[in-house]
Design a protein around this ligand. Sequence first.
Ligand code: 5GP
Ligand code: ZN
Length: 115
Amino acid sequence: MKHDDCIFCKIANGEIPSATLYEDEDFRVFLDLGPATRGHALLVPKDHFANLMELDDEHCEKAILLARKMAVRMKKVLKCDGLNLVQNNGEAAGQSVFHFHMHLIPRYENDHAHI
Ligand code: 5GP
Ligand code: ZN
């Protein structure tokens, strides 16, 4: 289910173009507009879920498997030294786009990124 006024629904479903690293039937992974580090990407389901608590089991399982696959790929391609998997739920936790997403944030020695 899509929400008409949700920016990540539009990006995930290709209505708004994005720098896409990966796409399948259920998810899109694309570069963050305001990257914390080089290669900072967002993993977003094509269906709308506001947050982790609203996500269904099927998407939850697929999301973590895809996150692992992307992390392996990003380490190889970007040659990063580490990677943060970040996922915010609710305004109080720093969520600013209320469509479930995971941040894949490559880390480099001494990058001084604020995550
Ligand atoms: P949150 O704070 O909700 O966990 O993360 C939202 C993320 O989405 C932020 O890192 C922000 O830079 C990114 N973002 C917000 N709007 C857009 C957009 O239109 N395109 C892309 N690619 N990223 C966005
Ligand atoms: Zn949405």
